[in-house]
Design a protein around this ligand. Structure first.
Ligand SMILES: [Zn+2]
Length: 174
């Protein structure tokens, strides 16, 4: 499904994904902003509150069922990461973006870089789901539950710090 990327069983490709905001009747195409060449994939057998943007393989992965509010939030957050990466034009920028992950935060500067990545991805997601927030379909709790929720299992204190730095963005919407 992604050239050269090893997948376990159960992954499905999302070729289209449109939902209708019941209150306004408006259609929302959830994968319309997927950068060129990218594939969105999900695994309904996973129940992780997590996803991944594998930019070197041009994939946005949702480790959850897509037909849930949480799956939608995760998908849009990962598309936000892919958009953010594709905006990096210089090789150094791209290398730094790829290298800097939660697993290898060493300095305050690393931490700030990861926070900015998370904020950019979440800013995209929030803008896209704004109509669903306005309609009351998606709650603040849904969003806080999803944004890389499983990181909590790895390093709770780090994740709480990052969540605190994203929380203020939610205040604009709720
Ligand atoms: Zn993220």
């Amino acid at each position: 499904m992604l050239a050269g990327y090893p997948f376990s069983d159960g992954w499905r490709r999302l070729d289209s994904f449109t939902i209708i905001d019941k209150k306004t009747g408006k259609e929302i195409d959830l994968i319309s902003d997927l950068p060129a060449g990218y594939t969105a994939l999900f695994n309904p057998f996973c129940e992780e509150r997590n996803g991944e943007a594998i930019v070197e393989h041009k994939g946005c992965l949702v480790e959850n069922d897509i037909a849930t509010i949480h799956g939608i939030i995760i998908l849009l957050h990962e598309i936000g990461h892919a958009i953010d990466f594709e905006r990096c034009e210089k090789k150094e920028e791209r290398d730094k973006w790829e290298d800097m992950t939660f697993e290898n935060i060493r300095t305050d500067e690393d931490f700030e870089f990861c926070v900015s990545k998370e904020r950019n991805a979440s800013a995209y997601m929030l803008k896209k789901i704004k109509p669903l927030i306005r309609s009351g379909v998606i709650s603040k709790e849904d969003i806080l539950y999803c944004i890389h929720g499983t990181i909590a299992g790895r390093d709770n204190s780090l994740w709480i710090k990052i969540k605190n730095r994203i929380g203020d963005m939610l205040d604009v919407y709720f």
